[in-house]
Ligand binder design. Structure first.
Ligand code: HEC
Length: 420
């Protein structure tokens, strides 16, 4: 017979490259800490959330099951101690209902053969248990690893099970069902992992071993589809940023990284907006707009078994605004144009002044350079006029605008030119 705990350990090792490289972090311009060092040995927090009302991080514990509160000065205090929690993985704050949802599984450090797969539901303030919902009874004959959990505004919880290859749904009354399963969720090794609800409309789910991101409609889970990604990403934890980007923890050649994905077609496809090193990260949490990733030190837990004296919750700065899709203000762009550009460009005709007339540039721009969208070409024309010089014209456009304007002003100019 296969020992679940052992196989769990082995599979985790296969895909997990855990890193504990020290990361230089730039000083932040606000009062939030760059790093919180959780001063407690060997509890291996995998999931993390920031409880804004309590002013504390909450983490799970792979080796004990206890949920801990971590303050900014690194104090670690037990918040939920429940004998039925054996290894806590993903945790999720359901703000609307003031609950903490906890994915509970077999303790990888123990060798129990009784499968454990459940969702613990707790009061976020008192820590009192409201329910413990079992999943083993839904799928008795397979291996389980409840990994991550999220919730929608009706109070339904969705839990990914990495070994069973399914997503469970637990309604507000604690009734559990298998919500989604099928080929797209089936994997050799670690399958369904990080999970987030988008707009109360669909789930986004990382299927780690397949290196895919799956979109699952809440009203019709059988109609799931694979999100087209620019590269294969074996995602772990997911986090939906307030700006609509999806942040994904993924292994990288230099250590784990946090990748910001953005979609402009409701998650049929996505592009990478930014990626930053996130040492040892398993998942990330929001604190306001700031993003923190826990360094779970799983390399030590599953590697040489070395003791770990402290764990870090690192702030990760992603360039989400600089690369933001142009949401510029065209009216402001027009006034910038009049003062700075109209000496060389007509806006109301195609007639040449010093440079080409820009009437209709929104359409011409898409045809100028292969692979560059209209927006990207217009942006490049302003920031790096030398990169492509329109035929028949001298390279006479000043290259100083990038330094002269703020990112926002550039967005405004781009929005105006796109309206021509
Ligand atoms: C001193 C004159 C001059 C000024 C000022 C100037 N440009 Fe230009 N611009 C040119 C010339 C000449 C070209 C054509 C050569 C090239 O592509 O660099 C050009 C090309 C362009 C193009 C590409 C047009 C096409 O048909 O592909 C865009 C877009 C553009 N400029 C936008 C701007 C904007 C926006 C500003 C103001 C922020 C500006 N320019 C200011 C001279 C100027």
């Amino acid at each position: 017979m296969i020992r679940p705990a052992r196989l769990f350990l082995f599979s985790l090792l296969l895909f997990l490259i855990a890193f504990s490289l020290p990361m230089p972090l730039a000083a932040q311009d606000d009062a939030l800490p760059d790093v919180v060092v959780a001063a407690r040995a060997d509890f291996f927090p995998e999931g993390v959330e920031y409880d804004a009302d309590g002013g504390r991080f909450l983490t799970g514990s792979l080796t004990e099951g206890t949920i801990f509160a971590v303050s900014d000065d690194g104090m670690v205090t037990p918040f939920i101690e429940d004998a039925d929690l054996s290894a806590t993985v993903g945790i999720h704050i359901d703000k609307m209902n003031n609950r903490l949802l906890v994915a509970n599984t077999n303790n990888p450090a123990a060798s129990s053969e009784t499968p454990v797969a459940s969702l613990g539901i707790y009061d976020l303030v008192s820590g009192d248990r409201l329910a413990l919902v079992d999943f083993v009874s839904l799928l008795p004959d397979v291996m389980h690893f409840p990994n991550d959990v999220t919730s929608d505004s009706d109070g339904n919880a969705y839990v990914s099970d990495s070994f069973a290859g399914v997503v469970y749904k637990v309604d507000a009354d604690g009734n559990a069902e298998i919500f989604a399963q099928g080929d797209l969720l089936t994997a050799q090794g670690f399958g369904p992992n990080g999970i987030e609800v988008v707009n109360d409309e669909f789930l986004l789910l990382a299927v780690t071993a397949n290196a895919t991101l799956i979109k699952i409609p809440l009203d019709d889970p059988t109609n799931m589809s694979e999100v087209a990604l620019p590269e294969a990403l074996g995602g772990d934890g997911l986090l939906l940023h307030p700006n609509g980007d999806l942040l994904m923890v993924a292994p990288s050649p230099d250590g784990n990284e946090l990748i910001a994905l953005r979609s402009d077609d409701n998650w049929e496809s996505a592009t990478i907006v930014d990626r930053q090193p996130a040492p040892g990260a398993t998942t990330a949490a929001l604190r306001g707009d700031a993003v923190y990733a826990v360094n779970a030190h799983l390399g030590e837990l599953f590697g040489d078994g070395a003791s770990v004296a402290a764990f870090e919750i690192n702030r990760i700065d992603l360039a989400l605004d600089a690369a933001a899709a142009s949401a510029g203000d065209a009216a402001n762009g027009q006034s910038l144009f009049v003062t700075n550009c109209s000496v060389c460009h007509n806006a109301d005709s195609e007639a040449t002044l010093v440079g080409p007339g820009l009437l209709g540039i929104s359409e011409r721009a898409a045809t100028r350079v292969e692979g560059l969208s209209a927006e990207a070409y217009i942006r490049q024309s302003i920031l790096e006029p030398g990169a492509f010089v329109v035929e028949g014209f001298p390279p006479a456009m000043p290259a100083t605008f990038g330094a002269m304007f703020t990112d926002e002003q550039i967005d405004d100019l781009v929005a105006y030119l796109k309206s021509l």
